[in-house]
Design a protein around this ligand. Structure first.
Ligand code: FMN
Length: 170
């Protein structure tokens, strides 16, 4: 899929078929994630690939807006290792870029995915860390459930808003 078309047609997909995901597609998602730009190229990310139904259900229990984990084939938990930061505080932008790459790559590959928040909600961070056994310095940003979409994504509404543009001065 052409890049601009992927950006303009991507949707959050929250219902998935039971069809298993080929390993090669998962590998492509993770390759896309790690190709993201990061501050000073620090690449502070780690990814926990959750495939066990018990773990997916446990995550769903601590993520109130993560019901779609129930039907997802897997969840990719995007995490930061605070000890890998060369530029303090930029891990959120870096890991967000990696997440966005996963969402776009999933769409380009005919898969469905959605960003489910963890950080900065303390209770969710604590719950996810406990379930996944994350070390102290690892912070989970979000989980991205992935699967084959039940139905083709609806085209999004056009979001371009001219009144949000400011040329040279507000
Ligand atoms: C930072 C962030 C957090 C989000 N958290 C959730 C979430 O916890 N659960 C959920 O179902 N969707 C979540 N979303 C998806 C948004 O609801 C979705 O992107 C938005 O409604 C626009 O729809 P679209 O992705 O189909 O264009 C999140 C998106 C972002 C960028």
């Amino acid at each position: 899929m052409e890049t601009l078309a992927a950006i303009l047609t991507r949707r959050s997909i929250r219902e998935y078929t039971p069809q298993a995901l080929p390993d090669e597609l998962v590998q492509k998602l993770l390759t896309a994630a790690m190709q993201a730009p990061s501050a000073g190229n620090q690449q502070p990310w780690h990814f926990v690939i959750v495939t066990e139904r018990q773990q997916l259900d446990a995550l769903e229990d601590v993520l109130p807006f993560g019901k779609m984990l129930k039907t997802a084939q897997l969840g990719i938990v995007v995490c930061a290792d605070l000890k890998l930061e060369k530029h303090r505080g930029f891990w959120v932008q870096d890991c967000s870029n990696a997440t966005m790459n996963i969402l776009l790559a999933a769409h380009a590959l005919g898969l469905g995915a959605v960003w489910v928040s963890i950080h900065p909600l303390e209770e969710r961070v604590i719950g996810a860390k406990q379930i996944l056994g994350l070390p102290e310095q690892i912070v989970p940003l979000c989980v991205v459930p992935v699967g084959y979409p039940v139905r083709p994504p609806q085209p999004p509404e056009k979001r371009f808003t001219a009144s949000r543009l400011h040329f040279n001065h507000w």
